[in-house]
Design a protein around this ligand. Structure first.
Ligand code: G
Ligand code: G
Ligand code: MN
Ligand code: NA
Length: 254
C-alpha cells in the first residue's frame, strides 16, 4: 500500500488527529485562540507531520476531503469546549490554495457552521499569499462571502509570498500572521527587526491585528511588546497540544 492510499484510508476512517497551539494576547497574556494543526498517527511509521503529507494531499486531490475533515473537527471541538464552559476562544484552520480554488468552500464552511452550531465569530480561516496568487478573482469572491458569514480571515506566513500588497486593501482580512522566519531573528538581526516592526505598523494602519508566529524566547516577547504587536504564538508559550491538554490549559487560566 503506498502512502497516498494509506492517507486516503486514514481520512475515510477518521484516523487523523488535530493538535491545537494557543494564540496569546501580548498585553493581557491570556489565550485568545487556537490554531488547529493536523497530525497523522501512523500504525508503523509513528506520528507523521503535515509537512510530509499535506504536499502529497495537495498533489493527489486528497486535500479536499482532508480539509473538510479538519474544518468539521475543529468546529466541533471548539463548540464542545464552549459547551463545557471554557472561556470562548477562536479556532484557526489552515487552508491550502487548492481548497480555496474549489468552488464549494464557502458552502462547505456555511454547512459545517450550521451543523456544529459554532458561532462563526469563533472560526478563523488562515489563507496564504499563494491562495491570493492562484486566482485573485476567485479569492476576492470567496473572501467576501466568508466575511458575510462573519468568519474571521488571516494571512498566514505573511511576508514570504512575494505577492503584491495591493490585495490587503481589496480584501476583508482581519489579521496578519508574521512568519516565524522573521520573528526568529528579531533580537540579533536588524533587518528582521525592521521587517517585524514595519509589518506591525502596516497591520495597525490597515486596522488589522498583528500576530507574531514562532515566538520562542523572552527577549522576542519583550521586543514584540515594545513594538505594540497584538498577539503571539510559539513554543515560548506552548507547543501544539492534544485537545484535552489544550482544554486543561485553557481551563486553568480562568
Ligand atoms: O504542525 P506543523 O508546524 O508541522 O505544520 C506544518 C505546516 O503544515 C504548516 O505550514 C501548517 O500550516 C500546515 N498544516 C497543518 N495543518 C494543516 C491543515 O489542516 N491543512 C493545511 N492545508 N495545512 C496544514
Ligand atoms: O505555517 P503555519 O504557521 O501554519 O505553521 C505552523 C507550524 O509552526 C506548526 O507546525 C508548528 O508546530 C510550528 N511552530 C509553532 N510554534 C513554533 C515555534 O515557536 N518555533 C518553531 N520553530 N516552530 C513553531
Ligand atoms: Mn498556520
Ligand atoms: Na505560518
Amino acid at each position: 500500500l503506498d502512502l497516498e492510499n494509506e492517507l486516503r484510508q486514514a481520512i475515510e476512517h477518521g484516523a487523523l488527529e488535530l493538535y491545537y497551539q494557543p494564540q496569546v494576547d501580548l498585553r493581557g497574556g491570556h489565550i485568545i485562540g487556537a490554531e488547529a494543526l493536523v497530525r497523522w498517527p501512523h500504525p508503523t511509521r509513528g506520528w507523521i507531520m503535515p509537512g510530509h503529507f499535506i504536499p502529497l494531499a495537495e498533489e493527489s486531490g486528497l486535500i479536499v476531503p482532508l480539509g473538510e475533515w479538519v474544518l468539521r473537527q475543529a468546529c466541533l471541538q471548539n463548540r464542545a469546549w464552549q459547551e463545557a464552559g471554557l472561556p470562548p476562544v477562536s479556532v484557526a484552520v489552515n487552508l491550502s490554495a487548492r481548497q480555496f480554488a474549489s468552488c464549494d468552500l464557502v458552502d462547505l464552511t456555511e454547512g459545517i457552521l450550521r451543523e456544529t452550531g459554532l458561532d462563526p465569530h469563533f472560526l478563523e480561516l488562515e489563507l496564504t499569499e499563494s491562495a491570493v496568487m492562484l486566482d485573485i478573482n476567485a479569492f476576492i469572491k470567496a473572501t467576501k462571502r466568508l466575511k458575510d458569514l462573519s468568519v474571521a480571515l488571516s494571512i498566514d506566513d505573511f511576508g514570504t509570498g512575494f505577492s503584491s500588497l495591493s490585495y490587503l486593501r481589496r480584501f476583508e482580512i482581519d489579521r496578519l500572521k508574521i512568519d516565524r522566519s522573521f520573528v526568529n531573528d528579531i533580537v540579533h538581526d536588524p533587518s528582521s527587526a525592521a521587517i517585524v516592526t514595519t509589518v506591525v505598523s502596516l497591520a495597525h494602519n490597515l486596522n488589522l491585528v498583528a500576530l507574531a508566529e514562532g515566538v520562542e524566547t523572552e527577549a522576542q516577547v519583550r521586543f514584540l511588546r515594545s513594538r505594540d504587536c497584538d498577539e503571539m504564538q510559539g513554543f515560548y508559550f506552548s507547543r501544539p497540544l492534544p485537545a484535552e491538554e489544550f482544554a486543561r490549559l485553557l481551563g486553568s487560566a480562568c
